[in-house]
Design a protein. Structure first.
Length: 101
């Protein structure tokens, strides 16, 4: 399994669009083969920060996700809107999916 974590910082002018495109991206991504979970959250300690959490079946599924034109367009637009750099970390892990035994 692969876990992807990330974050992006919003400002008042970009908050609505960043939130909307992030939710749409998560909803769309959940339907991709190999996607176990995909979500976006507002940081409870910094409400200008969006936090992304993704669980993928394997590296092939994640690579396929990164190659989807809509994913490329989302990343490009998010980069244009975000304050500073977008953070992203990829964590290969052994074990079961969330909620698994």
């Amino acid at each position: 399994m692969i876990i992807v974590t990330g974050s992006a910082v919003m400002c008042d002018e970009t908050r609505a669009e960043m939130t909307a495109i992030s939710i749409a991206h998560s909803v769309r991504s959940r339907g991709e083969p190999g996607c176990i979970a995909h979500s976006v959250h507002v940081d409870c300690e910094d409400d200008d920060r969006l936090v992304y959490l993704e669980f993928w079946q394997d590296d092939a599924a994640l690579k396929a996700h990164f190659a989807v034109p809509e994913s490329i367009a989302f990343a490009r637009r998010l980069g244009e809107l975000a304050e500073g750099r977008i953070a992203m970390q990829v964590h290969p892990v052994a074990g079961n999916a969330p909620g698994g035994a």
